[in-house]
Ligand binder design. Structure first.
Ligand code: HEM
Length: 132
């Protein structure tokens, strides 16, 4: 069997947090029609419950992300550019999720909801590019 190393732990925590942040958003979006049918306040209650694990997961992504950067070291200009794209997407993912949670109108809710979903997926994709 392969050895368990510090790298195993680092990537396990990073990917675990990514499953919560990205997978949780997709799952919550898929459940919204059923939650709406259960009551008008139910989607908001579910979103609040999700936020209690989503933001800690985002914090773990930031911490383990810095750990990844330090551990991987200098891998050349193409890798650095990919990292810059990833930093921008992480920022956009966090800011749009924050604005989505605080949106006052249905339109703002829909726009920031779509943006946070797209930027979370894009961050996941660029994360895989870095790990290749
Ligand atoms: C929404 C936030 C984030 C998501 C969804 C995400 C997702 C991922 C995923 C899925 C991987 C591939 C892991 C693997 O298969 O080995 C990855 C790798 C990586 N991520 Fe993230 N990440 C996020 C935030 C960050 C942040 C904030 C940083 C830097 C501060 C970062 C730096 C890295 C690096 C350097 C790798 C490559 C690790 C390696 O090759 O060992 N990530 N990320």
């Amino acid at each position: 069997m392969s050895a368990v190393t510090l790298e195993t732990l680092r990537l396990f925590l990073h990917v675990l947090a990514a499953t919560v942040w990205v997978g949780g958003q997709i799952t919550l979006a898929a459940l919204v029609p059923a939650l709406r049918a259960a009551g008008t306040d139910v989607p908001k209650a579910a979103a609040n419950a999700f936020n209690r694990i989503a933001w800690p997961a985002f914090g773990v992504l930031l911490l383990t992300g810095v750990w990844n950067v330090v551990a991987e070291g200098d891998k050349g200009p193409a890798y650095e550019r990919t990292l810059m794209v990833k930093y921008t997407l992480v920022l956009a993912s966090g800011v749009t999720a924050f604005l989505h949670a605080r949106a006052a109108s249905r339109r703002a809710m829909a726009v920031f909801g779509a943006l946070t979903g797209l930027t979370a997926l894009a961050t996941l994709f660029v994360g895989i590019m870095l790990a290749q």
